[in-house]
Unconditional design. Structure first.
Length: 255
């Protein structure tokens, strides 16, 4: 049975209690700084500082050779938040993530992939009707690796490891009714399958509604989830508890 630990509070504070080198894999999707409700009280400068500190902490708690799989999207330059532009424009978040992960935390950028979102299920922003710009029907999935002086890695499943574009066959909904920026459960299940082994300890410091935790229950991994928002924390508790009961029933039924 997987061990589940859910922590309510600021991830930078809660991670201080996690011992060095005790986490096998981090799977997370940090705030995108898209002016969502939970992002309105933080400046861009403080957001970047929070992310820098997060990467440093991730590197500390990971085992040597452990991975961070992080899902993120590019920034929309609404209101000229990043630079002055004549037309609706964007700012590539990849600039920041390379800096935070490689230059600040000292990790290796092990792989870059694209999550191809289900276009047919997406709403079309009004701006796309007036300007020749694409819908954000893709996001980034980057994998960072904590240095350990070795070039050895484990390939669990070549068929899913070698794909540079993922998500085209993921059929579940993203769960936006429970969280405004949720990802489909196939995303953390894919990351956990590729970058960890049975009974590994997985951390999601921006747990949200708990999708990574549900994936850990499904795949027999231990899970540590941290969430600041009290409503999302309650949702995560309920989702992971319900999933735990379901997994137990399935196992009992197969005895």
């Amino acid at each position: 049975m997987s061990k589940i630990e859910l922590l309510h509070g600021d991830c930078l504070e809660k991670m201080k209690d996690i011992p060095d080198g005790s986490v096998d894999l981090i799977v997370t999707s940090p705030p995108y700084y898209l002016n969502k409700e939970y992002e309105k009280t933080i400046s861009y400068e403080n957001y970047c500082l929070m992310m820098e500190k997060s990467f440093v902490e991730w590197n500390r708690v990971l085992v040597g050779g452990g991975y961070v799989v992080v899902n993120f999207g590019d920034y929309f330059n609404s209101g000229n938040r990043f630079y002055v532009a004549d037309v609706p424009s964007c700012y590539p978040a990849t600039i920041n993530y390379f800096k935070w992960g490689v230059e600040v935390a000292g990790m290796d950028l092990q792989a870059t992939r694209i999550w191809r979102k289900q276009f047919a299920k997406m709403g079309i922003p009004f701006v796309c009707n007036s300007h020749p710009r694409p819908v954000f029907d893709y996001e980034h999935i980057w994998s960072f690796r904590k240095k350990n002086g070795s070039n050895k890695e484990i390939v669990v499943d070549r068929k899913i490891t070698q794909r540079g574009v993922v998500g085209e066959t993921w059929t579940s909904t993203a769960g936006l009714k429970t969280h405004c920026a949720a990802f489909p459960i196939e995303l953390p299940e894919w990351a956990i399958t590729v970058y960890s082994q049975d009974k590994a300890t997985i951390l999601d410091p921006f747990m949200g509604s708990g999708t990574t935790g549900v994936a850990c229950k499904n795949l027999n991994r231990n899970f540590i989830g941290i969430e600041l928002d009290p409503e999302y924390f309650k949702i995560a508790e309920k989702r992971i508890d319900v999933n735990e009961k379901l997994v137990k029933e399935l196992k009992d039924g197969n005895k």
